[in-house]
Design a protein around this ligand. Sequence first.
Ligand code: IMP
Length: 189
Amino acid sequence: MDIEDVRSDLSEVLFTEKQITDRIAEMARDIERDYPKGDVLLVGVLKGAVILMADLARELKFHAHIDFMAVSSYGASTQSSGVVKINKDLDTEVAGKNVLLIEDIMDSGLTLSWLVNNMMARGAASVEVCAMFRKPEAVKIPVEVKYVGFDIPPAFVVGYGLDYAENYRNVRGLGVLSPHVYEGADPHA
Ligand code: IMP
């Protein structure tokens, strides 16, 4: 879907698809510089990172090896529970490998800090993080994000893999969800 197809659900359009893909090309050049032999495993965090993974992996000029994990850090409560559960684990052994975690967005940092520690505990040779969006004002657990697309305000955003109630993931571009769509409910819940 184009962002114009959901424009009435958004209070603001933050980035067009073109702005995002241009930024991904720059991030890919940084990644190629840092892994000149291409010896890195891209680990995407489902479901949100699917779109970024597809665009980033195809932009890279080496054979990108990819795998996915599904975790949940948000339960039924409106606050992050502090608990991260693995819903789908990797198919790949990460011991001795350079891991690059691919995340759609870093909000509180809880998910990413847990994932970094989890990859280290499995014996990864190195662990770095690539996040398309980051909300610096929402960070509770600082995590070093080596490759960040854009810093954004602490609003609830949708599009480019990010959902509200499983909708909007396939929207090209990123926008702030208008409060009238969730009518008083906490969209993070
Ligand atoms: P963190 O553990 O608080 O950093 O949360 C990261 C996860 O929360 C992301 O991978 C998203 O799935 C979800 N999330 C955080 N902020 C947003 C948002 O603005 N829109 C949609 N999902 C979000």
